[in-house]
Design a protein around this ligand. Structure first.
Ligand code: GLU
Length: 292
């Protein structure tokens, strides 16, 4: 069996909050419980959304919570060539095509109707690159470790963008290329990405890349019923260990792991050692969100 290798892959659009801590902690515990590796990848492919210095804040926050990663940090902003190479291979197979359409032009459709599939409609205009979701692997099925068997037809989800008109790489392509390049065996991340997985499976199939196992986690929502995010001003995680302690315990509770109330204020390293030993992903309840 391939040894376990997991990862945490935050977009540095803002500091980590309780929702990101839950995702980081679950992937960390899932890896460490089986003696596996845990890598950190900063998904900084969208500079306008990523304020300078946020990556260092994230690294510091993870360290404060005792979530130490293996090896060097991977930065997606340095991976242009690998993504271009993957896009070229998709294009050569007829699975990627340039598209000049704007969101406004297809606003009356639920998903992009594929107008440029057989030739760019307006060749003089800037072009994005899209996936031929109708020609790739269909249907896509996988066994989610929490949500069970999943079946999707990617064509019903639309031809996702792989490279944007402003030449920035899109998440779907970058994540697939890097998960494979880094030898990731297990992806543990939020439920909001479950319906992105069909495109990622299609891309893995087209590029002959291995298929990791997936565990999608209930999202942490705030009092307003919205997913915690930078947009709804979820409080940033603290950067000092004493304040981190009760939050770590809260995150373990949100992952349905047993917590000892006495340990709430114990140093993070002690809480983590206990949590690694006791981690049991089958305790997770398959609901798509939890109140934070
Ligand atoms: N970068 C993505 C995010 O911060 C997560 C990617 C993933 O885990 O696949 O939402």
């Amino acid at each position: 069996m391939t040894p376990y290798r997991g990862r945490f892959a935050p977009t540095p659009s803002g500091p980590l909050h309780l929702g990101s801590l839950v995702a980081a902690l679950a992937s960390y515990l899932d890896a460490r419980h089986v003696g596996g590796e845990w890598l950190l990848r900063i998904e900084d492919i969208d500079p306008p959304r990523c304020p300078p210095g946020t990556d260092s804040v994230i690294l510091r926050q993870l360290e404060v919570f005792g979530l130490h990663w293996d090896g060097p940090v991977r930065f997606q902003s340095e991976r242009d060539e690998a993504y271009q190479d993957a896009l070229d291979r998709l294009r050569d197979q007829g699975l990627a095509y340039p598209c000049s359409c704007s969101r406004r032009q297809w606003r009356d459709h639920a998903v992009y109707p594929g107008w440029c599939r057989c030739g760019v409609r307006e060749p003089g205009k800037p072009q994005a690159w899209r996936l031929r979701s109708d020609l790739g692997l269909r249907p896509v099925t996988w066994q989610d470790r929490l949500f069970g068997e999943q079946t999707f037809d990617p064509a019903a989800l639309g031809d996702v963008v792989l490279k944007r008109k402003d030449a920035l790489w899109a998440y779907q392509l970058a994540v697939v290329v890097d998960d494979a390049d880094q030898g990731i065996t297990d992806v543990v991340r939020g439920y909001d990405l479950l319906d992105n997985t069909p495109w990622q499976r299609q891309l893995q199939h087209a590029l002959s890349l291995p298929e990791p196992r997936y565990l999608h986690l209930p999202l942490v929502i705030g009092e307003d019923g919205q997913k915690l995010s930078k947009q709804n001003l979820a409080p940033a995680l603290p950067c000092d260990e004493v304040h981190a302690r009760p939050l770590l315990s809260r995150a373990l509770g949100l992952l349905d792991q047993p917590i000892d109330p006495e340990q709430r204020h114990a140093p993070v390293e002690a809480q983590l050692a206990e949590a690694i030993a006791r981690w049991d992903s089958t305790r997770l309840v398959p609901v798509n969100h939890r109140q934070g």
